[in-house]
Design a protein around this ligand. Sequence first.
Ligand SMILES: Nc1ncnc2c1ncn2[C@@H]1O[C@H](COP(=O)(O)OP(=O)(O)OP(=O)(O)O)[C@@H](O)[C@H]1O
Length: 342
Amino acid sequence: MTPHSLEQLRRCTVAVDLGAARTRVYVRDTGLIVDEPSIAAVNTRTGSLIAVGAMAEGMAGRTPQHIQVVRPISGGTVVDIDMAQRMLRFLVSDKIRRAWRRKPLLRAAVCLPHDAEPLAQRAATETLTGLGARRVELVDTLIAAAVGCGLPVEQPEATMIVVAGAASTQVAVLSLGAIVAAEKVQVGGDAIDYAVVQHLRSRHELMLPTQGLAPLQRALCADPMEEGAEVRGRDVATGLSRTVMVSTEHVREAIHTPLTGVLDAIGRVLRDCPPDLVADLAERGVMLAGGSAVLPGLDRMIADATGMTVQIAEHPDTCAVMGLGAMLEGRVRPLHLDPLAT
Ligand SMILES: Nc1ncnc2c1ncn2[C@@H]1O[C@H](COP(=O)(O)OP(=O)(O)OP(=O)(O)O)[C@@H](O)[C@H]1O
């Protein structure tokens, strides 16, 4: 995050986070205007878009044959540029769409997962240029999220951030506006959901409907002391609808395995970090962001494994796009090192 790159970001009018689970758009002087699932429903006969965002998500698993529910972003990468553009156009309000058409030379900032492949960078850039952006600035999600959490990233002291999203979890130690050490593991909310689905299948012989996982997650989040939650699904053998009581304890055990991948990544980042910075971290602790940050017990698990305090960001799911927003509103100032100061 050099003064030069901050200057470039200040010229952007729109910030976009194309996440595997959710798409978020921030517009300068307006704020967050889109926070919707990265999903579209398409009529395969006519090719027309039927719904996007939450409405399309509600259709998943319930559509007739000629309607297909698609995800144009997979694993944090735009895999279907045309569909991603159509989805974004649909998600932004008429007013913004008209403004973009009137002012087709706008600049956009997009956050990308740490170490994104050149192909992923190009796909994100093309998605935005197709919508009228003249120039697209790419920002590492870890830096954007750290800014969005209010961490003093530009200061010469170490801060550690863990961004637990849907497709991946990214970990970094930052100092002086740059990444000192970072890791990305393909473990996020999706892997956790998969572990829960497998648990229900093997222990209860139950197949969960597409929409069934979120209520189960919410039940566990609402009261971590709750012994269990009732889940309705389809019996694997008979195909009939059945309700079972799922124990919170057993679900926690099932998700423990994918979560150890996150702990390993944190361990590797700490090992790669210079000792002086590790000492800073011991005092400051770890900031936990991303939609999966609120997964019950994740903060305690990280605290137990590292011996550091863990704080969940105030709005963990929107940290990255809000951080980008803060940068394009000019609320982040680079540290001015005065070489003549005594
Ligand atoms: N209350 C909750 N409890 C547990 N998990 C949750 C909760 N709310 C959201 N999640 C999980 O958070 C994930 C979405 O996180 P986020 O919004 O950061 O995703 P994203 O930015 O689209 O993903 P990525 O960064 O991987 O591209 C989903 O997998 C979802 O299951």
